[in-house]
Design a binder for this molecule. Sequence first.
Ligand SMILES: Nc1ncnc2c1ncn2[C@@H]1O[C@H](COP(=O)(O)OP(=O)(O)O)[C@@H](O)[C@H]1O
Ligand SMILES: [Mg+2]
Length: 399
Amino acid sequence: MRQALAQGEAAASAAASTPGAASACTPLPGAPVNESGNASGAVHPIVVKGVTKRFGDLQALGGVDLTIAQGDFFALLGPNGAGKTTLISIIAGLARADSGRVSVMGHDVVTDYLRARTSLGVVPQELVFDPFFTVRETLQISAGYYGVRRADDWIDEVLDGLGLTDKANANMRALSGGMKRRVMVAQALIHRPPVIVLDEPTAGVDIELRQSLWAFVRRLNRDGHTIVLTTHYLEEAQTLCNRVAVMKAGHIVALDDTEALLTRFSTRALVLRLSGGSLPEALQARRLPDPVGQSAEAGQPGLSHQPGEAGQPGLSGQREQVAQAGQGAHAGATGQAGDAGQPGLATWPADGRIRLALDDYADIGPMLAAIQATGATILDMEIAHADLEDVFLRLMREG
Ligand SMILES: Nc1ncnc2c1ncn2[C@@H]1O[C@H](COP(=O)(O)OP(=O)(O)O)[C@@H](O)[C@H]1O
Ligand SMILES: [Mg+2]
């Protein structure tokens, strides 16, 4: 795959130009050697600088800066209307920014459009296809559009990689939505671009298709392709992507390595299901808001593992089942029932689940002991970790 891709005509012609040739800037001392490169002179696949875009009164992009590095598997996240597709359209040269600059593999998307465009494969959010052609014909037309010669072997490889081989001669209109989506991915790859942008490629695609699509895209990434992905499935972003940008109302509100972002927002919670008893006063301050939709309790969001919020499949959460029904909970028990128990506030939510901030695993024993001392029975217990959805929800709620 790597060889096949590296030898692609379009990729080769794009690579033949001098990296960063589009840049006319004088480098600042200590700054990258060219505006789309890093200090070592390598070209960053995508550089976005100060990009704004208005649609009438609506500021769709309010000054976006973004650099995507070679080999990144980059997630562009944000709620509907955040500006993701608008940004991608500008990167792909399909829409013009009102101000700012964008380069792809060092080629300015306006002044060096053709080279920028051939460096990029875009899988658009909307399904667009001609119902009268077969899958193979559709790909042959795309290859022709990009001037790719002798495309048949590569078309076969892409069909195979995307599980489309047995649909090669099917008419586009006969395909399911998921299969059409795969053809669009194949179309985006047909000129073997070094940078691949997927705009919600898995929306409405069933799990099996999603998994094979990701296996293929992962392989492309391993082979050296830079991947940019927008998705509503935060779990996908968390699993696949090494770097994440979160957009909100036309601005990037977070940009970091996935791990760093999770660490920065890291919170752990001891999730208990209880019956009877009460929450000791000493633990009241540790109480975290219940997951969205489970309680009217307001406050800053803590860990949230409510999948399906706003109809979007979310994360189930990475949880460690640590104990069942209070086994081991007695380990740290000290007092007799009622002894440490404070009166009142015994009302657990309907499902009996409460969430307590957990800074240190060593706190678990004393916490459980104090709760049991009020006469509460521990029905279930688990530890929840922050995931990308928690980070996302927090960023969306903060100003
Ligand atoms: N062609 C257009 N004309 C007018 N408004 C648009 C157009 N394209 C996008 N918008 C608006 O710009 C905002 C950003 O849209 P979009 O980039 O599609 O967001 P996202 O992809 O993050 O959901 C939205 O409010 C959307 O309605
Ligand atoms: Mg969009």
